[in-house]
Write a protein that binds this ligand. Structure first.
Ligand code: GLY
Ligand code: MN
Ligand code: MN
Length: 448
């Protein structure tokens, strides 16, 4: 198969409109009910070393409901509140600080730009929040996510409790916000899918560039550099630390040092996704450093590819999510038996999970604002049934450790093939299909 000439990401989609955020907040508030209040904190800034920070990344739940990119902010949803139900606390404008750290929306800008009903300085939250909690029965909140904020919330509730004799009514039920919110996030809207397709297209372009940046005598970090060049050219950042593993490094599932040498005759596994406007992508391809698969590499590669095809074929409405993993495991186990890497009957291999010697992870995960996105995989003790709008990865692999007790020719080969799949009304769409995948297509692309 000749690869498509270009996976260029093309023009970015329109950003999510304010109405999309309003729709999400409305849906959440309706689930939460009239006598509740919902409180979400922005992600804290994190120190990287001494007094320098990691690049700031907003909390995904906060981003989903607000689109607001700044730290030191709190979103409060107060269903049915007469003077507006969507409130934001955020940093005030401060020209001296903005000179160093960049612009801030300030409460005025927050209302104007992001469509909140009202906004207040974060410095005033201790004064205002207890009054908002008062008279509400239920508080929805992410308990245990941020210890400092947990303590603040307890303090605000206690402020109301201290005034019971003055007739104040403190909330008496505390509920996990994720239970409602993550069910909403699991189903991607058309506007979200446009962002996700764009993130996937950028990641696809980066994978193709990485293939062509691979050469014997080079290093894993040079391949990583090719990824970054494409991501940043298209206003994206990595969705997670990229995994670029050559030779036996491909067998280390979370190899992120990416400083090993690229040797003739070895494979390179590249698991790398771009994040665009908060939306993740997640693609893995495994290619030969010198552009041609050996006989053994090809046999294992074709097996992983067949497992992925069988798994993707399960992606349609009404199928249990677990069927995707089961299909991959069955094909891999059959193939490992055929190649002599496992012994015994298929039934025994599946029952005893003997395939785990070479395939020890699950076949995928939901993907969205988080690369390992939120949403339950099981409902009522059963695997959840797939529905249109869900997006997940399908990423089978085989990892034959350098010290595996198998003939030497198989040792030190690690392979994973990963794509993102959207469940549609009548089947699925592979969002990451622009990257060459079958062995011949990869060889042709690398030779190009
Ligand atoms: N790169 C993380 C994953 O594939 O799940
Ligand atoms: Mn993944
Ligand atoms: Mn991945």
């Amino acid at each position: 198969m000749v690869p498509r000439p270009s996976a260029s990401p093309g023009k970015p989609p329109a950003p999510l409109p304010a109405t999309e955020y309003q729709r999400r907040r409305r849906a959440l508030v309706e689930l939460a009910g009239e006598d509740s209040i919902l409180v979400l904190a922005a992600a804290p800034e994190r120190i990287r070393s001494h007094d320098t920070h990691h690049p700031y990344r907003q909390d995904s739940d906060f981003l989903y409901l607000s689109g607001f990119p700044e730290p030191e902010a709190v979103l409060v949803l107060v269903p049915g509140r007469r003077h507006g139900e969507t409130l934001l606390f955020c940093r005030e404008r401060d020209p001296a600080r903005e000179q160093w750290d960049g612009p801030r929306a300030g409460p005025e800008g927050a209302v104007g730009t992001y469509g909140f009903d009202d906004a207040f300085p974060i410095a005033d939250i201790d004064e205002i929040l207890p009054g908002l909690l008062e008279g509400r029965s239920r508080v929805y909140y992410h308990f245990g996510r941020d210890r400092d904020f947990d303590l603040k919330l307890i303090g605000w509730v206690n402020r109301v409790r201290a005034q019971v004799r003055q007739g104040k009514q403190p909330p008496h039920e505390f509920l996990e916000l994720g239970h409602l919110l993550h069910e909403l996030r699991l189903f991607k809207s058309p506007a979200e899918l446009r962002q996700m397709r764009h993130a996937a297209a950028i990641a696809a372009e980066a994978q193709k560039a990485a293939m062509r940046a691979t050469r014997p005598g080079g290093h894993e970090y040079e391949v990583e550099a090719a990824l970054w060049a494409i991501w940043r050219r298209h206003d994206a950042v990595p969705a997670y630390s990229p995994i670029v593993g050559a030779g036996a490094n491909a067998c280390v599932l979370h190899h992120t040092a990416n400083n090993g040498p690229l040797r003739e005759g070895e494979l390179l596994l590249c698991d790398a996704g771009a994040e665009f406007r908060g939306y993740a992508s997640d693609i893995t391809r495994t290619w030969p450093v010198a552009g041609r698969y050996s006989k053994e590499q090809r046999a294992l590669y074709d097996l992983v590819l067949a497992a992925q095809a069988a798994a993707i074929a399960e992606a349609r409405p009404g199928r249990p999510y677990s069927a995707v993993h089961e299909a991959a495991v069955r094909v891999l186990s059959e193939g490992l038996l055929d190649l002599g890497l496992l012994k015994g009957s298929l039934r025994k291999v599946l029952e005893a999970e003997a395939y785990k010697a070479f395939y020890m992870h699950k076949t995928g995960h939901w993907i969205g604002l988080d690369v390992h996105d939120v949403g339950d995989y099981r409902v009522g003790g059963e695997s959840r049934l797939l529905e249109p709008g869900m997006v997940f990865t399908v990423e089978p692999g085989l990892y034959i450790a350098p010290d595996a007790k198998v003939p030497a020719k198989w040792r030190g080969i690690g392979i994973r093939i990963e794509d993102e799949v959207l469940v549609t009304a009548d089947g699925h769409e592979v969002l990451t299909a622009a990257v060459p995948k079958d062995a011949a297509a990869i060889e042709a692309w690398m030779a190009g």
